[in-house]
Write a protein that binds this ligand. Sequence first.
Ligand SMILES: Cc1cc2nc3c(=O)[nH]c(=O)nc-3n(C[C@H](O)[C@H](O)[C@H](O)COP(=O)(O)O)c2cc1C
Ligand SMILES: Nc1ncnc2c1ncn2[C@@H]1O[C@H](COP(=O)(O)OP(=O)(O)OP(=O)(O)O)[C@@H](O)[C@H]1O
Length: 146
Amino acid sequence: MSDDATTVIAQGTFDVLHPGHLHYLREAAAMGDVLHVIIARRENVTHKQQPVLADRQRRDMIAALDPVDSALLGDREDIFVPIERIDPDVIVLGHDQHHDEAGIEHALTERGIDCTVERASGREPEFDDELLSTGRIIDRICEQRC
Ligand SMILES: Cc1cc2nc3c(=O)[nH]c(=O)nc-3n(C[C@H](O)[C@H](O)[C@H](O)COP(=O)(O)O)c2cc1C
Ligand SMILES: Nc1ncnc2c1ncn2[C@@H]1O[C@H](COP(=O)(O)OP(=O)(O)OP(=O)(O)O)[C@@H](O)[C@H]1O
């Protein structure tokens, strides 16, 4: 890949996969030439229920998806460590992620990382009963199978 390639970072938990995840990763890939995806460590998912699937399994599934060039597990303590190593041109936040653009941009500037922060769009269901949320898929499994 040439030095002037645009490098993009996407990130998330990516527990049980669904088409909303694919939409986000396709959109992130379209913002540049190389897409790296950082998979949240289970111990760092604190704002909602922790993932059912292991860190490595979630990483391996994301790595296998077409829009993704590389998938890596995130840092245990400092979310900016992988970012410093990858040195991206763009970080793409998901449409509903709680992180705020300005806060991340400020932290990037403080660390001397020259990178823009973009917000991806949300994907709505295309048919009745299409589930675009890991939490809702797990709820459905519990209702129907437990
Ligand atoms: C720019 C950025 C980098 C991140 N890097 C890491 C990381 O290195 N390690 C980690 O465990 N979580 C990291 N996270 C956090 C998760 O990816 C994620 O935001 C959160 O834990 C799960 O949220 P979700 O509901 O958006 O999937 C990062 C988040 C952002 C916004
Ligand atoms: N319907 C959707 N449309 C667009 N992006 C989505 C959609 N669902 C998830 N994403 C994005 O995929 C990334 C990873 O999402 P995450 O793993 O939090 O999945 P989730 O299905 O939203 O989980 P949960 O239901 O547990 O909150 C995030 O950036 C999120 O914004």
